[in-house]
Design a protein around this ligand. Structure first.
Ligand code: AMP
Length: 234
């Protein structure tokens, strides 16, 4: 099933994101004093990993539509956030974990931009705006959701802020994050763990996701893409 964004909706979302970035300042650093992370030096490219999930709607076609829409929207973030979408994992289906409701569809994407121009909180604002625009509600923790967008990794940074923890503190427990991550970044070194993160996938208690085939899913790994997160020493 092909999924297209309505142009008017695209414009509204990008305007909203642009306003947020403007409110936060050019680099979106307002309110970042609590961020205790280290940023990569200079304008070296830095890779960011975002996980996507959805499990609301009348059927999985709706969940797939939410995810495809989110990926299209992430492609549109480059002018405001300096992040270019460079890789999209295959699509996976997984049983609910620590929640109830229909099965989830999951994927992860990698984005890339110059390290000295990237702003983690501005990206979080943008992702939350995208979630809200798909009708995301938070009646209780881990409630079923139309669209969930989590920052899993931000280069080699370690961030402990009231609004943002990176690496995502629960990612290593989630097979539906680790499996698609393995697909697109097999040589990834996790801050503090190196390559041992792959062993987490073998030990996780969350249900293993099942790959969903689909010619229309925008899964891709460009030839030019090399996972620079893997080249860092932690
Ligand atoms: P969720 O229910 O998964 O959408 O949780 C979103 C909440 O987690 C928001 O209040 C975020 O500020 C917070 N949060 C902390 N770390 C992250 C992260 N790495 N990615 C996304 N949200 C995060």
């Amino acid at each position: 099933m092909g999924v297209r964004m309505a142009p008017a909706a695209d414009a509204a979302i990008l305007t909203q994101v642009a306003l947020m970035v403007d409110v936060n300042g050019a680099n979106g650093v307002s309110g970042m004093s609590g961020v205790s992370g280290t940023s990569a030096a200079g304008a070296e490219p830095e890779q960011v990993v975002v996980a996507l999930g959805s499990n609301l709607g009348s059927d999985l076609g709706d969940a797939r539509s939410h995810l495809a829409w989110a990926i299209q929207s992430l492609r549109g973030l480059q002018p405001t956030l300096g992040l270019q979408l460079v890789a999209v994992s295959p699509l996976y289906r997984s049983a609910p974990w620590q929640t109830e409701g229909p099965d989830f569809l999951n994927a992860v994407v990698a984005l890339e931009g110059p390290a000295d121009a990237l702003a983690p909180l501005a990206l979080l604002d943008a992702l939350q705006a995208l979630e809200l625009s798909r009708g995301r509600q938070r009646p209780y923790r881990y409630a079923p959701r139309t669209l969930d967008l989590d920052i899993i990794l931000f280069g080699h940074r370690v961030i402990d802020h009231a609004r943002l923890q990176v690496p995502h503190p629960r990612a290593l427990e989630r097979a539906f994050v680790l499996q698609p991550l393995l697909d697109i970044l097999p040589d990834l070194h996790w801050p503090g763990l190196g390559g041992a993160w792959q062993q987490c996938l073998r030990r996780v208690q969350s249900p293993l996701p099942v790959r969903v085939e689909g010619a229309d899913w925008p899964s891709r790994q460009p030839d030019r893409y090399t996972p620079k997160i893997a080249s860092k020493n932690f």
